[in-house]
Structure formats: C-alpha cells, structure tokens
Design a protein around this ligand. Structure first.
Ligand code: E4P
Length: 221
C-alpha cells in the first residue's frame, strides 16, 4: 500500500519524507486553511510541498459547478507537475473529471462515501477514488465495510482507478485498509508516526545496547 500524508504542514511532510517511505500528500481546503498566517499563499504552500515530495500531491477545487471546477483545475496543475486535482463526488465533479481526464489532468475524486459513488468516479476516469472511512464511522456507519465494497466494485472491472483510503484516524485503520488491499492510504502525521512505534522494539533495542556496552572490552569492540 502506498502511504500518503494528509496534511499541508510542510515540517510534517519533510519529517515523514525523511523516513524514505512517503509516496505522496493529500491536502484539502481545511488542511490548507490551518497553515494560513505563515506569510505564504496557498499556491506557494502547494509549490513547496510538490518540490519536497516525489509523488502525487492532491489539491482540491472549491467551485461546485463544472466550468468553475475545470478552470480551477487548470490553475492548480500549473503549480507543479505532480498535482492531482481533487473534485468532490457530485454530478459536476464527475463531468469535470471526464473533461479534464481527456486533457491528461490527473484527478482524485474526493468525499466518496459509498460503493455507488466509487463506481461512478471510476467510470468518469478518476485516477484516485477517496472513500472517507473516519467520517463514516463518525455517523455510526462502518467505514471499513464501505471501503471493502468500494475496492470490490472497482476491482471487479477493468478500471485503472486506485482506491485511496482516506480519513484514517488511527494505526488500525491503516492496517485494516492494507489488509483489504487498498492501493493507497492517506493519514495525518500523528497516525503516520504511531505506525512505527512498538514497546518491544524500544525494550529490545535498549537491551542490545546495554549488553553490547557491558561486553565491549571482552569483544574487542
Ligand atoms: C482526504 O484526502 C482528506 O483530506 C482526508 O482524509 C479527510 O480526513 P478527515 O475526515 O480526518 O478530515
């Protein structure tokens, strides 16, 4: 499974990228708005992120009608070569997807909450389809089951779309999405850093170092 970071915070992206396992970034208007006040406009923020990450960086439109979405998409892809445009899964978003895919612009269909929407996104030609698991859980609906159904319906056919498990709220969401065969998972920095943690790793490492230090002289080290 490819790992994307779900943030517009440059320091988080830089740190995660230094681990050598980051495949891309997803942003949205809310995430970009959290970084306001740093003296950078959103285009510069996206430009910096795109330069840091060797992989897709998703940036979302805010228009809700087809022509406005397409115009914003043209603007966004001028920022960098690795921009994927996020369109919401509404009729205008499907139509905009179909139109810009014909021009070679890559699309991440966002705000997907059902397998029916996932199928429509695939049919429109979206490169990434983003079911929002955590937000489904928030309304007492099994997000993971919906992800499973989205994977099933899209993989039953010959679509090129990749499923991007989104709104992941903890390490188990990441593991379960991987077990279901999701192509990609996008997660907040906090979840990303939790993935590596295990108390037995820390205890084991400490013991190895202590044992080595005790026997150092005898070992001629
Ligand atoms: C995905 O691309 C979205 O930005 C994201 O996963 C939304 O997550 P949230 O429900 O935690 O805001």
């Amino acid at each position: 499974m490819k790992f994307f970071l779900d943030t517009a915070n440059f320091d988080e992206i830089k740190e995660a990228n230094s681990w050598g396992v980051l495949d891309g970034v997803t942003t949205n208007p809310t995430l970009l708005s959290k970084e306001a006040g740093q003296g950078k406009d959103y285009k510069q923020m996206l430009k910096d992120i795109c330069a840091e990450v060797d992989g897709p960086v998703s940036a979302e439109v805010v228009s809700t009608e087809k022509d406005g979405m397409i115009a914003e998409a043209h603007d966004l892809v001028n920022i960098a070569d690795n921009i994927y445009v996020k369109f919401p899964c509404i009729p205008a978003g499907l139509a905009a997807t179909k139109a810009v895919r014909a021009e070679g612009i890559r699309v991440n269909m966002t705000l997907v909450f059902s397998p029916a929407q996932a199928l429509l996104a695939a049919k429109a030609g979206a490169n990434f389809i983003s079911p929002f698991l955590g937000r489904l859980d928030d309304v007492a609906t099994g997000g993971m089951e919906i992800l499973e159904q989205c994977i099933e319906v899209v993989k039953n056919y010959d679509f090129d779309s990749e499923i991007l498990a989104s709104s992941l709220r903890g390490p188990m969401h990441v593991v379960e999405a991987a077990r279901l065969g999701s192509d990609i998972g996008t997660m907040p920095y906090d979840v990303f850093t939790k993935l590596v943690k295990h108390p037995l790793t820390d205890i084991g490492l400490q013991r190895f170092i202590e044992d080595w230090n005790k026997a150092k002289e005898a070992l001629g080290a």
